[in-house]
Design a protein around this ligand. Sequence first.
Ligand code: PEP
Ligand code: MG
Length: 584
Amino acid sequence: MPNMIRATSVSTGLAMGAVHVVTTGVDTVPLFTVSKGMLQAEIDRLQEAVGLAMDELDRRHKLVASQAGSQEAEIFNVQKLVLQDPGALREVESKIRDERVNAESAVKTLIDRLHASLSGVGEAGARGFAADVSEPWKRVLDALLNRDRESVHSTQEKVIVAAAELTPRVVAFLSRELVLAVVAEVGGRFSHGAVLARAMGIPCVVGIPNLLSRLEQGMTIIVDGDAGRLMLRPEDDDKTEFNKRLELHDERTARLTGLAIGVSETRDGEPLHVQANIEGLRDLDTFDIRTIDGVGLFRTEFLYMERDQFPSEDEQYRIYRQVLERMGDKPVTMRTLDIGADKTLPYFKTPPEPNPALGWRGLRISLGWRDLLRVQLRALLRASTAGNLRVLLPMVTSLEEIREVHKEFDALRRELVGQGHEVAVDVPVGAMIEVPSSFLTLRHIVQEVDFISVGTNDLVQYLLAVDRDNPWVSKLFESYHPAVLVALKYIARIAKETNTPCSVCGDMAGDPATAVMLMGFGFDSISAAAHFAPEIKHAVRSVMMKDARILAKDLADQATVAHVQKALEEFAAQYDLTGDALRV
Ligand code: PEP
Ligand code: MG
């Protein structure tokens, strides 16, 4: 079928709807076709963006003039003149009209032409001029990219988001009620964009070169996250078949969800706490919270990523408090800010890094910028009386880092009590185990924390030297690599020997058979995207603890990924872990 495209699935599920190509938060400027009827609207969008860029230049002119003098600010007047050049504007408008392309790509072509026409001249002065004439048009591009978000929100229609690259900002681009599915030209299976799509329970496929050039804004498409494919412009028959499959899918989900309330135990009575990974308060409205035994990972950085500036202590306090109240007695594990690599804040610029995964990220940033850490810890401590809070530290690499946090934590607790705030007597602090050094020194680390949680997404990346965000090596990202299983077995053993509560909150825990294996290793809880909880609970209830232990022992002895996967599949089929037999 010519309109069927093969892709890599990073999040299962089915969706059909109108496509919306997003431009926000991507490094590559997207190119897509604009339908004839929408050409004038695209040109209006361009003109509006030029107006916004002019306002921005005015604002900068005033700012620089007041701080450095009018001579220094003159450059912004020159830039405004460049934008007022009718020739350049006409050139961009004609490109949109004649080639029916989106405004961003037409502006990008102009910027490239301005660069090309003056590059190679060799004179520093001439090159400097090239930079200047393209600079104001870069502001127009920024304005177009930022306005996109608002324009989609105003339509309030559910859409399938299409993007050049699966970045977290793309997935978080719209409120989740408005996103049916996400499709992207590139993106790693364990990139944060993919993690987010799974957490939101929306289908997502990637690995479709030149996808955007085949799409038109508003075109109907079907995303099949189960089979890993995409269908453009489905016919009536395709739509009918899709609706049938969706009905079956929803029936099965409803049946498993109904059975998932309360803690699940194996057939011989061993519990596994199945918790949820969330990115914000509103996630709690997207599933039945009775089906989860707590929040095993609240990725608080998404609060920061959705804003234009750092959230204040009060703002954070209110959100943390509401999450804790909603969860009642159940534990809520809030992880301190874990930005860096592909999780960036638009208002917190850091210099480009050659190896961002090995760079300035997670706890390193919080310890480097103590005021960020202090604001967040104060907000968490103030909220702590509202429920069962646990604080989790990301990217722990050494014992010294944990000690530094404890010092801050204790000092802030005293400060808050001194200021008359109520703070819970006991707020457990835990460490993410996701950097090899932390599991190799686990015996020391567990002496200084109340619990541990294994972040397998990063642990796999660092154990196998495979960048989770790099699509070129995504085939090498193997959660079932024997080295990973040996590490997991070791971590669970140390935790058991030292009586340290231990969980796994990386994405591999979302697979039912894998969850049983983790229980067999000795993990007492797992945390995954909430919509996996019903299946996982069903899996736990289908087995005896001794089956889980035998499975874990068997898998930890396998020498290759293929053997591990085969054994897991056989186990899942033998015990009907996916609940397929429940259908009849
Ligand atoms: C992990 O690394 O496995 C994890 C849970 O954290 P994140 O995916 O947010 O890095
Ligand atoms: Mg991580």
